[in-house]
Design a protein around this ligand. Structure first.
Ligand SMILES: Cc1ncc(COP(=O)(O)O)c(C=O)c1O
Length: 386
């Protein structure tokens, strides 16, 4: 097992001395991903796919290699990997295709724990097809979305279920495998927003049983891009908007234009980085720092921690408020200590009302691989001074 002691040295951007608890909004980039992107651009391989010369072959090889590494990272069939600009863009492409087959009485289940990237695209698909959205509630006290609150909404008219792999604001991880099982019993498809889950847990799509899984490599030490895995059979069935010469089968029908090759090289290396550190080490390291953070904040009488108050079945991300201060003021005061946190709703707009939060949301702090005990203590000290 890797104890992650020297892990900070792998992130050139961290040499500025800031403590970066903003990883849930985007992490710093690992050295091998930075190098792979610039190496690609220097290499002469910048060509296009399916050509008769070596640089064109290198583009095809790059896609294949990246999809194979992604398949290992997510334990999924490598033939379902689609690359796009972001998860939001990929979800919009998916739901526009899904809308073609939806009928006015059909139902889509979304959840109040999800980031809007897995809610609004479905609302738009429902608008265009006349189908109905059902919202599954989470328990604001425990911060948990029970599988039953989704399963209880399933009926023979349910066609799609859109659920988070892990909340991007309070970290809780729902039981997606049970949801998938219930969904498939009525022929519904399950779309998991795995953007916040992927950097923190070993994902196993086969075990989750979902039909679509979306993630964004800039949340796990790579470049800004979205990767969406779609079950290859479903992928070929979806009536996707595409240009006529693009492939009729496989991921190519979902990808618009020439892929950003250098970004694929960065994705490949970021995924390799996660695999080489290993999730046993990642979970051990992040859990220990997160427990220090959670217990430190819970020990301050003026601080209210939102979401789960324990470290079970959750990613190492929490939201909090400090009595008598607006979230933006709290974040500004914390930044004075060279500590980066986020304030706001972080696009989890449906979760604000159940959590008793307004437009301003709360403050979010997330632990990732390069957060150490000193970072945690610096954040706790800054909060204690507010
Ligand atoms: C859980 C979750 N889903 C989706 C997104 C959107 O990702 P992207 O910026 O790649 O569209 C985010 C980004 O913050 C997120 O945290």
């Amino acid at each position: 097992m890797n104890d992650l002691t020297d892990i900070k040295t792998r992130f050139p951007a961290l040499s500025d001395g800031w403590s970066r608890f903003d990883g849930a909004a985007g992490t710093q980039v690992v050295d091998t991903a930075i190098d792979a992107m610039s190496d690609w651009q220097r290499s002469g391989n910048n060509a296009n796919s399916h050509g008769a010369f070596p640089a064109a072959q290198a583009c095809d090889d790059l896609v294949e290699e990246t999809s194979e590494v992604m398949a290992k990272l997510l334990s999924a069939d490598s033939n379902g990997m689609i690359y796009g600009p972001s998860t939001t863009a990929n979800m919009m492409t998916l739901t526009r295709a899904a809308a073609f087959a939806l009928e006015p009485d059909d139902e889509i289940i979304c959840t109040k724990l999800d980031h809007d990237a897995n809610v609004a695209p479905w609302i738009l698909a429902a608008r265009d097809s006349g189908s109905i959205i059902r919202m599954a509630e989470f328990d604001p006290e425990s911060g948990r979305l029970k599988a039953e609150s989704v399963i209880d909404l399933i009926n023979p008219r349910t066609k799609w279920i859109a659920v988070t792999g892990s909340s991007n604001i309070i970290g809780s991880i729902p039981d997606v495998a049970s949801i998938s099982k219930a969904a498939h019993s009525v022929g519904a498809k399950v779309v998991v927003d795995g953007v916040h889950l992927t950097p923190h847990r070993k994902v196993n799509i086969e075990e989750m049983g979902c039909d679509v899984y979306a993630t964004s490599s800039y949340k796990w030490y790579g470049p800004h891009a979205g990767i969406m895995w779609v079950d290859p059979e479903l992928l070929d069935d979806l009536d996707v908007y595409k240009v006529r010469p693009s492939p009729e089968k496989g991921p190519g029908r979902f990808q618009y234009g020439t892929p950003p090759w250098e970004t694929l090289a960065g994705i490949r290396e970021a995924a390799k980085f996660l695999l080489s550190v290993g999730f046993e080490s990642i979970v051990k390291h992040e859990s220990a720092r997160f427990e220090r953070l959670l217990s430190g904040l819970m020990g301050m009488s003026k601080v209210r921690v939102l979401g789960p108050h324990d470290n079970k079945d959750r990613a190492p991300t929490l939201m909090f408020l400090v009595e008598g201060n607006e979230p933006d003021e709290i974040a500004k005061k914390i930044a004075e200590a060279k500590v980066a946190v986020w304030n706001g709703h972080n696009y989890a707009v449906e979760a604000m009302e159940p959590l008793g939060l307004g437009e301003q949301g709360a403050v979010r702090a997330g632990v990732c691989v390069y957060i150490d005990d000193e970072d945690v203590d610096r954040l706790l000290e800054a909060v204690s001074l507010i």
